[in-house]
Structure formats: structure tokens, C-alpha cells
Design a binder for this molecule. Sequence first.
Ligand SMILES: Nc1nc2c(c(=O)[nH]1)N=C([C@H](O)[C@H](O)COP(=O)(O)OP(=O)(O)OP(=O)(O)O)CN2
Ligand SMILES: [Zn+2]
Length: 127
Amino acid sequence: MTAQYTLKVVTDFAAAHSLRDYPGDCQHLHGHNWKVEVEVAAPALDRMGMVVDFKRIKQAAREVTEELDHRYLNEIPPFDELNPTAENMAAYIYRQIGERLNDQRVKVCAITLWETERACVRYTEEG
Ligand SMILES: Nc1nc2c(c(=O)[nH]1)N=C([C@H](O)[C@H](O)COP(=O)(O)OP(=O)(O)OP(=O)(O)O)CN2
Ligand SMILES: [Zn+2]
């Protein structure tokens, strides 16, 4: 048996975007209340019996989403060049939170980004 603990923290932010090359209404400026689910995994616990303190995950997620909150995403890097689709945003958030949290034992393993109440993308990386 291989153990794996996966924690999940949920946060949100509000931001506007417009999708370049989109053949429809979403090419125009519009906004969403984005919901972000951050999953963090480890095969073993620390001395306290935690993967990592939920507070640390919330703090890392907040640091990343604060940069996006109440912004027009098309104006800020990397979305001034990279189309601010939910897919590209999820991958960006995954890497940014990973840079803050990952160590030898603990890894960000998935970001689920809800663009609306009915549509989301879940981003993971293999290996
Ligand atoms: N694969 C993706 N598809 C779409 C993305 C995206 O990022 N990745 N983004 C959009 C738009 O940003 C749009 O705002 C989302 O609109 P939509 O899903 O159509 O949501 P609505 O609830 O406003 O529309 P309904 O059609 O009434 O559900 C589009 N696609
Ligand atoms: Zn949109």
C-alpha cells in the first residue's frame, strides 16, 4: 500500500478578461468571480502529523490570487501575451503556488479553477 494525503483549500478572486481570437462574446471584456481549489499532496506527514498547515496553503494561494484580484488580466503578465483562458490561468496559478509551497515531501498536485458555477478546469502535471 502506498499512502498519499491530499489537502484541499478553496479561495476566490474577481477579475476581468477578454479572450483573444475567441469567435464569440467572450472576446469582449467581461468579468468572473473565479473560484480556485488548491490541492497539495504528500506521501508522509511531518512531526505534527500534518502534510502542511492549511494556513500556509491559504497564504500562498492568497499571495498569488492577490496579484490577479480586481485586475483586467489581459494587461498583466503573463496574460498580456498569453491568452487568459481558464486553462492558462490554472497552469499559471499551479506553478506560482508550487514555487511557494513545494519541497521534497510536499507538492501542489492540482489546481481546479472555476470560471463560472458550471464550468471549471483541473490542471495537474505528471512526473
Ligand atoms: N475551454 C474554455 N472555454 C471557454 C473559456 C475558457 O477559458 N476555456 N472561457 C470562456 C469565457 O471566458 C466565458 O466567459 C465563459 O462563458 P460560458 O461558459 O459561456 O458561461 P456563461 O455561464 O456565461 O454561458 P452559458 O452558455 O449560458 O453557460 C468561454 N469558453
Ligand atoms: Zn470569461
